[in-house]
Design a binder for this molecule. Structure first.
Ligand code: ZN
Length: 324
């Protein structure tokens, strides 16, 4: 049997990294994941990363395929042309860290690096929900809100590689403080953190809700619990998702008016609560955005889910392997 050559796509998060063998058609063949011990310093994480890649490559020896390149998605500000992590909010001490040189030296193949939300957008564009779109945005609704913008089939990085920070689009001028230093960012209203915060506030009032079971241990209440309550028919929990859906709709209205994209893909763990927030999001966009782009845009759920970032990183790896 002749096996095709392959790339490795990697999604590096704050608590673990996931990597996979991906064939040139974007199909994931094999995968593994490892914890990230961010307190142990970047050199240790890099060593773990390289040895995991090597383990995965060795596992492919019986198939006779060769590693062409690796692609890595990292949260934070990335200089992808140079292979440097300028700064990462989740990875302590990753400041102006040249991750490409030591990794390429150890693996003997090129390494592509990119912001993780951009990787997600590229993954959805290559093999996911936005395959037929020329212009698209992709948002990850997780602990925070990540974003990536595809224009004319290319990721839009901006002058400094910082474009697409949809989560920090201001939607409330005097709103909640955000860790970026601003106030009223979309991330504070349309993330798992926001859902949790809305629930805590709702518990301060006296309405009847299943969420009351967390009243005495609020710190244990999660967005998943609110989702579960909504599924059990809890009106208060369902209202919280409608509220989140409204704010998301305001953010998407801005995107639609600004970029006139064909498609907006929503992923991340909060997107599992789709049925509870999307009607309000759609309604808000149709009411608030210009009519033509609002009718044009399709707001769809991610197809690749957790594999979006890995798939996008694999795409960039292939691209880099072919350009060298
Ligand atoms: Zn912000």
């Amino acid at each position: 049997m002749i096996m095709e050559d392959f790339v490795i796509g990697i999604d590096l998060g704050g608590t673990n990294f996931r990597l996979a063998v991906v064939n040139p058609q974007g199909i994931i063949a094999d995968r593994m994941h490892c914890p990230v011990e961010s307190g142990r310093g970047k050199e240790v994480i890099l060593e773990d990363l390289i040895s995991s890649i090597q383990t995965l490559v060795k596992s492919q020896i019986p198939n006779q395929g060769h590693l062409l390149a690796a692609g890595l998605g990292v949260p934070g500000l990335i200089r992808s042309e140079e292979g440097i992590v300028t700064e990462s909010p989740n990875l302590q001490g990753w400041i102006n860290f040249d991750i490409r040189t030591p990794t390429e030296a150890a693996l003997g193949v090129p390494l592509a690096i990119e912001n993780d939300a951009n990787c997600f957008a590229i993954g959805e564009f290559w093999r996911g929900a936005a395959q037929d779109a020329n212009h698209a945005c992709a948002l990850t609704l997780g602990t925070g809100v990540g974003g990536g913008i595809i224009l004319n089939g290319q990721i839009w990085r901006g002058t400094d590689g910082m474009a697409g920070e949809v989560g920090h689009m201001v939607i409330e001028t005097d709103g909640l403080p955000c860790k970026c230093g601003s106030r009223g960012c979309l991330e504070q209203y349309a993330s798992a953190t926001a859902i949790r915060q809305f629930a805590v506030e709702a518990l301060m009032s006296n309405g009847e809700t299943l969420l009351k079971r967390w009243q005495d241990n609020l710190e244990e209440l999660t967005a998943e619990d609110v989702f579960e309550a909504a599924r059990e028919g809890d009106k208060v929990a369902q209202d919280l998702f409608r509220k989140m859906g409204y704010f998301l709709g305001i953010g998407l209205t801005n995107l639609v008016n600004l970029l006139n994209v064909e498609m907006i893909v929503l992923g991340g763990k909060v997107s599992s609560a789709w049925e509870f927030f999307i009607p309000e999001t759609e309604k808000t966009v149709r009411e608030r955005a210009f009519k033509v782009p609002a009718q044009r845009v399709q707001i769809v759920k991610s197809i690749l889910g957790d594999n979006g970032g890995i798939t996008g990183a694999a795409y960039l790896a292939l691209k880099r392997a072919r350009s060298i």
